[in-house]
Ligand binder design. Sequence first.
Ligand code: ADP
Length: 536
Amino acid sequence: MSDTQAGDAGAKTGAHPLEGDQTSRRRMWEFLGGSLSLRIAVTLSLVLTVILLVFIFFATNVLRSDLFSTRRDMILADAAVRFSQVQNTLDQSTAVTTDQVQDAVTQTLTAIRESAAGAGAVEVLLLRSPDSSEAFRINEYVNPEYISVIGGGIRDELAHDVGLWQSVALANGADTIPGIVVGALIDVPSAGPYEMFVVYSLEQEQSTLNSIIQVFTVGSVPVLLLMGLVSFVLVYRLLSPVRAAAGAARSLAAGNLSSRLRVSGRDEMAQLGATFNDMAESLQSKITDYDSLSKLQQSFVSDVSHELRTPMTTIRMADEVIFDDRDALPPASKRSAELLHVEVARFEQMLADLLEISRYDAQSAQFDPESADIYSLVEKVVSANAELADHLGVDVQLGPRPERCSVPVDAIRIERVVRNLLVNACEYSEGMPVRVTVAAGKTSVAIRVRDYGVGMEPDTVRRVFDRFYRANPARTRSTGGTGLGLAISKEDVTLHNGVINAWGEPGRGSSFVVTLPRVAGSAVTEFPLIVWEGHA
Ligand code: ADP
């Protein structure tokens, strides 16, 4: 199936509910996509954001490990002092009984716990080791809150080594804070080796690091905004020659052939401007050439047609005389007289068509619309061509009269359009009926001429309104047949701001619809009749 449309394409009525959504999304894209400067600024800002994020990530990692290793060294040094203080105190103790040793241990650890607090220690613990004496047993010095942070790993290793440390997470309300646990074996008099741990908090370092990250993050926001703004302004300024080129190209496309770009300097932009100007120059000279050639051609057609009119009238009169007396002529001459009559009529029609087309070309076609009843107009054309239809054995069926089908038209032109469509339909219908329908909408009135004859190939449908186009020139016709009929129809309909559509399929017939606006000069926005089969 194929169809084509001539004249102003009418906007389809009714909008899809999703269209609103799509329109706003399209507008947003148009806003972003419409400005190259904005796109580049947004892209640069995004790239910069990623670079800054990566930088902040690496910088904080380096800082963290730096802060951590410095603090760890201090903690290890402090812990070593604490362990030796405990060991010395216990070594010098005179305690002998379990209770005495227990007291000495508790006092020493409590004192250490208090003195180490200044160095960031939060807890001191003393736990039994596998080698502790079972016979001389003292209580462990334990805070249950911290026992869980001392993992099995450090305790196992402590059996073989001293001064071991481990990173741990310390509970701080709902949060956790980083910490370090340092352990050593302490020899308790009579009780044997015990595991001593000092737990240090890294809260201070963590909050320093958090402040640094915050400064980085907050500080990068104005940097990013500034970078976005600066890149936008830079790119906007850089692209100003491209904008000028786009403006000049638009003005050229709108018909201002003399529009040119100002070229200064020798950079790439200047080369672009010079190339554009060369192109515009050659376009202008070509179009001027074509224009004058086309005007020459049009005036040639018009002049020749006018010049031919006078001799044509003489030939026509002579032909009338010969044709009227044909019965008195010998048979061969009679046949020639009849042929002459048909060809003279055809020639006269062609001359009239050519004159009409040249009037359109010269834009001198007059348009004085007057309100006319389209149904009556169509009825008149149908009855005027009843003889031709009878002669071709075609039954022309005119549909019912719709309500309110008066439209301001140039009646002579619209009659000519309907006559042309009807005569074509009868000619190509191969004896099948031809259906003529008139329908009225709110803002337009339409006429459809539908036949069920030979139909049209897709290429014919596309070219049917072209001047001198005839799908099958060899085809014998009972009327004129110059290939100008539909071209003139299209001009006639376009003059009314109307739309003419064609549809056809080989063997299934053809259909032509003319849609005219109810208000002279307004565009067609509604199509009361659809051209293609299935919707007919
Ligand atoms: P013509 O004077 O040849 O009829 P038109 O401009 O009226 O010139 O038509 C151009 C061509 O369009 C015709 O030669 C024919 O091939 C094709 N055509 C027009 N109407 C029909 C139709 N109803 N069915 C099939 N072909 C058609």
